[in-house]
Design a protein around this ligand. Structure first.
Ligand SMILES: NC(=O)c1ccc[n+]([C@@H]2O[C@H](COP(=O)([O-])OP(=O)(O)OC[C@H]3O[C@@H](n4cnc5c(N)ncnc54)[C@H](O)[C@@H]3O)[C@@H](O)[C@H]2O)c1
Length: 369
């Protein structure tokens, strides 16, 4: 039981509001607290592990799982905030703990908290390889409370870039999540990394653009390798309950009405989780100075077609509440993925219909469990 120092899935009861406030001051829980019964863990050096921030979340838990399966040591930092049901994040950590054993370490805390990060360093030197996925995600809640977004996304990313640059200079390999939302209300048919993205339409999008700029600065200052990944609506098993794919599957399956914003003609480029993980790992393994990549599917789906697919795979008819368009929503997203294809060999394999079928299968299995 000595392997997973820092693991604590306890006491998140104070974080209960709907949009999830910034977590209270982070606490390092350590099984070392019981020094009489737990041996001091070996210190992991900077070469041997990968730091995955936000590893208790949707994309992060899949990335950590992939890294553990290929034999890596994985250090996860996550504050387990209550943006959505904390028990889902706790379940993700348990899964990684079971899979990784001694190759997995989890620390609960805020990536902005210097004291907490210094505590982590006592047993895990700041890794040369970082997959930084911790963030406040979600467009609409960022309009209600932009400050938690600036905290986790801008301050948090700066803190990690600073640590990586200071510790490892041009040896650092830093991959982080940006977002397709930086393209704002672009009317272009295909969103390309060379497009100007100076008009974000939500605080969330603005924080992601800010992260891209700061990442460039740290690349410039320290020569570190940095890849910013613009994800296009990721979905799949263990998905975020606030996002349409899992929300629709859940509600349609239970006969609960879904809210459809607008007339259903808007379209999005949905990307299946396995394809995104593949892109993240390729970016980590292919350090190329400073790069921004679109990680999408390249084939958008109209909202009405999406709802029909959910009906087809769940075997239930959707009950639809028609709602007005929401501020901050973008009418169409479609990734130009030619750069990631060319430089990383990224090649998304999962058509949307197949991804929804897999999501429904997982949903039905997890409901039965
Ligand atoms: N899922 C998508 O479709 C999508 C699309 C575009 C971009 N992204 C980005 O990808 C990344 C992962 O998204 P996700 O969908 O897995 O979200 P998620 O909410 O499931 O995971 C994010 C995790 O980060 C943690 N976190 C947040 N602030 C933190 C802080 N200050 N300190 C420590 N941990 C903190 C949360 O507790 C959570 O577990 C995010 O950066 C998000 O902005 C996701």
């Amino acid at each position: 039981m000595a392997s997973n120092i820092g693991l604590s899935l306890s006491d998140t009861a104070s974080e209960t509001t709907a949009t999830g406030p910034r977590s209270p001051s982070s606490t390092l829980y350590s099984s070392d607290d019981d020094a009489a019964t737990v041996a001091t863990p070996e210190v992991w050096n900077a070469d041997e592990s990968v730091l995955v921030t936000g590893g208790a979340g949707f994309v992060g838990s899949h990335v950590a799982e992939h890294l553990l399966r290929r034999g890596e040591k994985v250090l996860v930092i996550d504050e387990l905030n209550a943006y959505y049901d904390v028990s889902k994040k706790q379940a993700n950590v348990r899964l990684l703990e079971q899979l990784g054993g001694r190759n997995f370490r989890f620390f609960k805390g805020d990536i902005c908290d210097k004291t907490f990060l210094a505590e982590v360093e006592k047993s895990c030197k700041f890794p040369k390889r970082v997959v930084h996925l911790a963030a406040r995600a979600g467009v609409r809640p960022s309009i209600d409370d932009p400050f938690v977004y600036v905290h986790s996304n801008v301050e948090g990313t700066t803190r990690l870039l600073e640590l990586a640059g200071q510790a490892h200079g041009n040896d650092a390999k830093f991959v982080f999540a940006s977002s397709s939302s930086v393209y704002g209300g672009s009317k272009k048919q295909l969103f390309s990394e060379t497009d100007a993205v100076d008009a974000p339409v939500s605080p969330y999008a603005a924080t992601k653009k800010a992260c891209e700029l700061l990442a460039y600065t740290y690349h410039h200052l320290y020569g570190m390798h940095v890849a910013g990944l613009r994800f296009f609506t990721v979905f799949g098993p263990r998905g975020r309950p606030d996002m349409a794919p899992l929300k629709f599957v859940d509600k349609v399956s239970r006969g609960v009405p879904i809210d459809r914003y607008g007339d259903g003609s808007s379209s999005r480029d949905y990307t299946y989780i396995d394809d995104v993980v593949d892109g993240v790992i390729r970016a980590l393994d292919t350090p190329l100075g400073y790069q921004i990549y679109n990680l999408g599917n390249g084939r958008p789906t109209r909202l009405n077609d999406f709802i029909r697919l959910v009906e087809q795979h769940s075997g239930k008819q959707a009950l639809i509440n028609v709602m007005p368009e929401q501020p901050g929503d973008v009418p169409r997203t479609c990734a130009d993925i030619s750069k990631a294809r060319e430089l990383l060999g990224y090649d998304p394999k999962t058509p949307f219909s197949e991804g929804i079928a897999k999501l429904v299968t997982w949903y039905n299995e997890s409901e039965r469990a």
